[in-house]
Design a protein around this ligand. Structure first.
Ligand code: FAD
Length: 806
């Protein structure tokens, strides 16, 4: 056994071997995998082996398509069969909502170059003669899907990794992990200790236990999962060729052929967690006790869908534990506060996802960044509110909803309300319809008196539309008030604060107290990692404000780059500063009634920040806005927020002040062409493409990503952020739809929505530079319909920014 290596992967399930393979493939051949028992000893051995590319998140879909396409290559490299049955998958819809979901997925697949196609019921019957088509209204077919043999795949990854120099030690449990002074790890096993630069926790069902060895609580929980294999069925035996897998969303089941019988699985509503307090160390190749009663209803529906099932009789029931994260996505990446420690766990669909997970994690380990935006899987998408109780509630919700269609405008109720500002009840009484981000409740829109504050889930324009329109109108013509407490806020303080921030931010920091600037951050490869408003409170104290979703993500980045000399401290102060955004042409008049400060344009210019008394309490006011109108962000202590709200409502009444939500904010910022974190500002794009060159000050000295940004800016981007108007009828694009020109896909939307001021839909997308510069017409596929769109030379609303600077 080696005593020194570059990376140790803990766990020999399908995820661990994929990480190992990809490390070796990308050039790190001196790597090791340690497995407690035999390979596949966790969830992997009893999986049904189904593989699918379809996923609500586009980058996840991309990585899934990578995963399902890798098996042939693995077979070639390893000489080991993966037991590939590329029989395709039929996704069947029994209602219009599911049909809309298919249309959305079909369009997104077009951008990824996948072959997802709608097929008629006659074709369905031809490719799966066992199905009773009268229950369905549409079907999608993906020829790339199918199933593989779990053990064979695991062994193929292992062999291919070994061929590239990696080593695998079986029956070698990791019992302790000790950090070394040089930032590496000692991996302690009964067979000996290995010193390594990097550790990757891929311990699947034991991810929690291996995490506990370094003092972290990973947000994952095992769930029981059952599938049934039937006896031989004459209709199946008589088939000329293997039928495709079939997923029936309405019936909540998946089905595939298993020999001359069928295999049916379901994500039952009456679900069960397993081993809540920890996975037993001895657990291995055992199954759990069956509980057929919990899946009887779904099986009864399956018998209607596939009538020949009635003749089958059950040959075998598999009930095994599988690991789940609160949102059902994998949990990968470096862990905040631990040097050179990565996770690759929470993978509940290993045969669809392990390849992509392995690729992203290996790139992250080797390059310091994952190669694409994998935030949907990033361990840093969970904030400090994610404790065991939260994980229990959300994993139960997620498991039960595995085949339930979630609409783009739908907010799931699990574990809510969790974090709420002091004005939550007051806003609720005013008609607020809430969403949740990073655990915080925030208003999506406000239902006027007499209107029920409920938004109907839909892929199309929802009942919120006219009310959002009214909110936008108030902001453009009078004044709107947004509650913004959920925004991520960081206090950066100390003698070294300025130098620390200068090393991270691309823009020059404010040179005076009471000034704010917009500051992007880049990865070492010059990709857009973040965008923050940085306000200088004093020379040694800065307040940073950014997207709520990125709170933990930013904290991880800050912490990883703190100097070791204690000269600067970063604190997440999100819960200490509640917020409002007061914006619109009348906002100054409203605010001036509540303060004696000079807030005129000259007394308080754009990007100023000042502590002032609002009503009877202290607040920090910053002159910025995301709507394109004159605006003020107001931050105060939690105890003062109610007071400020009441005073603003009273002062605003005479000026038509309206409470507004994030749906309106999105429409308003789109009309201005403002990018948003996680959409336009993401590691998928560099500074040249994102058009943030004015905020990248190469002359200011060294900062992370500077050399790459200089090169990118010099070369110019191949793509450029384009703003378009889209002709729509009653359905708006929402983001991720493909953009086509002359029938060829040229990009995908990063964000889109209806522009209530300009009276048409507006969309943002990274498109080839020459196409953007030429302007002209493109098409956007919105729920199956090609919609004409026009590339604009500038934002359709107030392109000079005069209104905001008024
Ligand atoms: C009934 C059932 C059906 C399923 N069907 C499908 C399907 O059709 N398609 C699909 O994609 N997915 C399916 N899954 C899910 C799939 O099995 C998992 O996504 C996948 O196996 C997860 O792999 P993993 O490597 O993350 O974890 P695991 O398979 O749990 O592997 C973890 C490994 O880590 C090892 N380990 C743990 N602790 C230590 C330690 N301290 N030291 C060293 N080694 C350690 C374990 O022994 C184990 O081998 C199914 C799951 C179940 C339960």
């Amino acid at each position: 056994m080696k005593t020194h290596t570059r990376a140790v992967v803990i766990g020999g399930g399908v995820v661990g071997v994929s990480v190992l393979y990809h490390l070796a493939k990308l050039g790190w051949s001196d790597v090791v995998l340690v497995e407690r028992s035999e390979l596949t000893s966790g969830s992997t051995w009893h999986a049904a082996g189904g593989m699918h590319t379809i996923n609500g998140d586009t980058n996840m879909s991309y990585l899934q398509s990578y995963t399902v396409k890798i098996y042939e290559e693995l077979e070639r490299e390893s000489g080991q069969s993966c037991g590939i049955h590329r029989v395709g998958c039929l996704y069947v819809a029994a209602n219009e909502q599911c049909n809309d979901y298919f249309k959305m997925e079909r369009a997104r697949a077009r951008h990824l170059g996948l072959d997802l196609e709608f097929v008629s019921m006659e074709e369905v019957k031809k490719i799966n003669p066992l199905i009773e088509t009268k229950h369905f209204i549409s079907a999608l077919y993906d020829p790339n899907d199918g199933h593989v043999d779990p053990s064979s795949v695991t062994n193929a990854y292992a062999k291919a990794a070994r061929n590239k120099g990696a080593e695998i030690y079986r029956n070698t449990p990791v019992v302790e992990l000790k950090p070394t002074a040089s930032g590496g790890w000692l991996v302690v096993t009964p067979q000996g200790t290995i010193e390594t630069d990097v550790v990757i926790n891929a311990a699947g069902l034991w991810g929690r236990e291996v995490g506990a060895q370094v003092g972290i609580n990973l947000p994952i929980m095992p769930m029981e999962h059952m599938y049934v294999v039937t006896n031989d069925i004459p209709e199946v035996a008589a088939l000329a060729r293997e039928i495709p897998m079939t997923i029936d969303f309405d019936g909540e089941s998946y089905m595939r052929q298993e020999g001359k019988g069928l295999l049916i699985g379901t994500y039952e509503k009456d679900a069960r967690h397993w081993s809540v307090d920890g996975t037993p160390l001895q657990f291995g190749h055992e199954l759990l006790e069956n509980d057929l009663d919990r899946i009887t209803d779904a099986m009864a529906v399956a018998m209607e869908r596939y009538p020949c099932l009635v003749e089958g009789g059950i040959k075998r029931i598999i009930n095994g534990p599988m690991i789940f994260a609160p949102d059902g996505n994998p949990i990968i990446g470096p862990v905040r506060g631990l040097k050179n420690y990565f996770v690759a766990t929470g993978v509940m669909a290993g045969f669809s996802q392990a390849g992509g997970v392995g690729l992203a994690v290996a790139q992250w380990v080797i390059d310091g960044e994952p190669g694409m935006d994998v935030f949907a899987m990033d361990v840093a998408r969970f904030g400090d509110h994610v404790n065991k109780s939260y994980v229990l509630e959300k994993t139960m919700e997620n498991y039960r909803r595995r085949f339930t269609i979630t609409c783009p405008n739908e907010e799931l109720p699990g574990a809510r309300p969790l974090k709420a500002s002091p004005v939550y009840d007051k806003l609720k009484a005013e008609g607020a319809v809430f969403g949740a981000t990073n655990g915080w409740e925030y208003p999506l829109w406000f239902a006027p008196k007499g209107v029920e504050p409920v938004e109907k889930p839909s892929f199309r324009r929802s009942n919120a539309f006219p009310h959002v329109a009214a909110e936008c109108k108030a902001v453009r013509e009078q004044v709107g008030l947004f509650e913004t407490s959920s925004y991520a806020k960081f206090d950066v303080a100390g003698k070294g604060a300025e130098a620390f921030l200068n090393g991270l931010m691309t823009n020059k920091l404010p040179s005076k107290d009471g000034r704010a600037v917009l500051c992007p951050m880049l990865t070492p490869k010059g990709r857009v990692l973040g965008d923050l408003t940085v306000t200088r409170l004093t020379g040694e104290r800065y307040l940073l404000i950014g997207s709520p979703t990125a709170t933990e993500y930013y904290m991880r980045w800050f912490q990883a780059h703190l100097p070791g000399d204690g000269s600067v401290a970063v604190r997440d102060v999100t819960a200490e500063w509640m917020g409002f955004s007061l914006t619109g042409p009348k906002s100054r008049e409203v605010l001036s009634q509540l303060t004696t400060e000079d807030i005129s344009h000259t007394g308080f210019p754009f990007l100023s920040a000042r502590q002032m008394t609002i009503g009877l309490v202290k607040a920090l006011v910053i002159r910025v806005s995301f709507t394109g109108e004159l605006g003020f962000e107001i931050y105060c202590e939690p105890k003062s927020q109610r007071h400020i709200l009441e005073r603003l409502l009273v002062a605003g009444a005479a000026h038509g002040l309206k409470l507004c939500g994030v749906r309106a904010l999105n429409s308003l910022r789109l009309e201005k062409g403002y990018g948003s974190w996680g959409r336009e500002f993401s590691v998928d794009y560099n500074a040249a493409e994102a058009g943030i060159d004015k905020l990248v000050k190469l002359e200011k000295g060294e900062f992370i990503g500077r050399a790459a940004a200089a090169a990118a800016l010099k070369a110019g981007g191949k793509r450029k952020l384009a703003i378009m108007t889209v002709d729509v009828s009653d359905t708006d694009p929402i983001g991720n739809e493909p953009v086509l020109q002359n029938g060829k896909v040229i990009g995908r939307l990063t964000s889109a929505g209806y522009g209530h001021t300009i009276g048409t839909a507006v969309a943002l997308s990274y498109l080839p530079v020459d196409i953007v510069n030429a302007g002209g017409k493109v098409e956007i596929e919105v729920l199956g319909e090609m919609r004409p769109a026009r590339i604009l030379a500038e934002a359709p609303y107030d392109p000079s920014g005069a209104r905001m600077r008024a």
